[in-house]
Design a protein around this ligand. Structure first.
Ligand SMILES: Cc1ncc(COP(=O)(O)O)c(C=O)c1O
Length: 371
């Protein structure tokens, strides 16, 4: 079996499993309880928060645990609009649905202007255009993901943050595909709010966090007990929190080797696929793209129409950029946003440190047999 769908969810690091197992055996107190069981559980949670904050050069109070990226996106965007009286939201049509849907919901129900930045074929936009737009837009919220989850476009977060700061705009970034993949410092890159999700960096599912810069506090997401400094009520997912912190530690320990190894795999596959008839690559055209994702456009033929399913039958898991519904090919919103050739059959291959060159060889042999 070959797994090339790591952008959807990555397998747990063994160290994460053993850490979570240990915590499950030893800590069963409610972290809000005042007895020793509770106090021990509280210490474990706060240590995990500190670990995450240190790795990302944030302060622990800026890290608020959530059920994952989707919740962090919904909360960060809605709360920023509400608290700061945002009048204009600026984003792109290539964002994840967990950003696009809350935004369209907010803009339907409130008198808020919504602008989508025009994207080029690689998924990039003109930074000067953003700057100009912001100069005319007081009380703006800019929502731009760090890396695109389908085509791997990597946006220049530091430049965008500087433009937002200069124009006094709020900046929210969905960093779900990059936290744990690159060294990152919230002290150097002035993002107001950012989301992360543990299962994308070999941690458990159902846990993530919202980074909330100390200068821009948000209101509570869930009301109830006083957990997470009254910002997100509910007994904490201690096992998930510990697993996420451990995953981030391991990811950072192995980061440079992983970047080198995965980049090699991606380039190796790209080279092999370049000799296939009519194959091209979506987005991610430049060297600066996210190293874990390669989005490949195959010519639309009888053989490629069911390629994701046929690869699955051959034991290779990948993700389709085009969904086949009632006989019609529906290109993804991201491919449309970057004006990709939507007549082609697009497939996302996404890699992790566990993948090998031999697996790429298996994939290429299988493609040769199928096409
Ligand atoms: C860019 C991006 N944002 C948000 C999410 C949602 O994260 P979660 O699965 O933790 O809710 C994903 C997951 O696919 C993603 O890739």
């Amino acid at each position: 079996m070959v797994y090339f769908d790591n952008a959807a969810s990555a397998p747990l690091f063994p160290e994460v499993i053993s850490e979570m197992h240990d915590i499950m055996l030893r800590y069963h107190g409610n972290p809000s309880a005042i007895h020793s069981y509770g106090r021990e559980a509280r210490v474990i949670i706060e240590e995990a928060r500190k670990t995450i904050a240190q790795l990302l050069q944030a302060s622990p109070a800026e890290i608020v645990f959530t059920s994952g990226g989707t919740e962090a996106n919904n909360w960060g965007i809605a709360s920023c609009v509400k608290i700061y009286g945002v009048k204009h939201i600026i984003t792109t049509q290539a964002e994840h649905p967990a950003v696009l849907k809350p935004i369209s919901n907010i803009c339907q129900s409130k008198e808020i202007q919504l602008s989508y930045l025009p994207l080029d074929n690689c998924g990039h936009f003109d930074l000067n255009y953003l700057d100009d737009l912001l100069q005319k837009s007081p009380k703006a919220l800019v929502c731009l993901m760090h890396a695109n989850n389908e085509v791997g476009t990597l946006l220049p977060l530091k430049n965008i943050a500087e433009i937002c700061q200069k124009n006094k705009a709020y900046f929210f970034s969905d960093m779900v595909q990059t936290i744990g993949k690159y060294p990152f410092s919230f002290s150097n890159v002035k993002v107001g709010f950012a989301s992360a999700s543990a299962h994308k960096f070999h941690g458990p599912k159902g846990i993530g966090f919202l980074y909330i810069n100390n200068d821009n506090p948000l209101d509570a997401n869930i009301l109830g007990g006083g957990q997470e400094r009254e910002r997100r009520a509910g007994t904490e997912n201690i096992y998930g929190i510990v697993g996420m912190a451990k995953a981030l530690v391991v990811a950072h320990q192995n980061m440079l080797q992983s970047i080198t190894h995965i980049t090699e795999l991606k380039e190796y596959l790209k080279k092999a696929l370049s000799s296939f008839d009519g194959v091209s690559f979506n987005g991610n055209c430049d060297k600066g793209g996210l190293y874990t994702i390669l989005n490949v456009a195959f010519p639309n033929t009888v053989k490629t129409a069911m390629l994701v399913n046929n690869l699955d039958i051959a034991g290779i898991a990948v993700s389709g950029g085009s969904a086949c519904a009632s006989g019609s090919i529906k290109p993804s919103h991201v491919l449309k946003a970057i004006n990709a050739d939507t007549n082609k059959i697009s497939i996302r291959f996404s890699f992790s440190c566990f993948n090998t060159k031999k697996e790429i060889d298996t994939l290429v042999e299988t493609l040769n047999a199928l096409l």
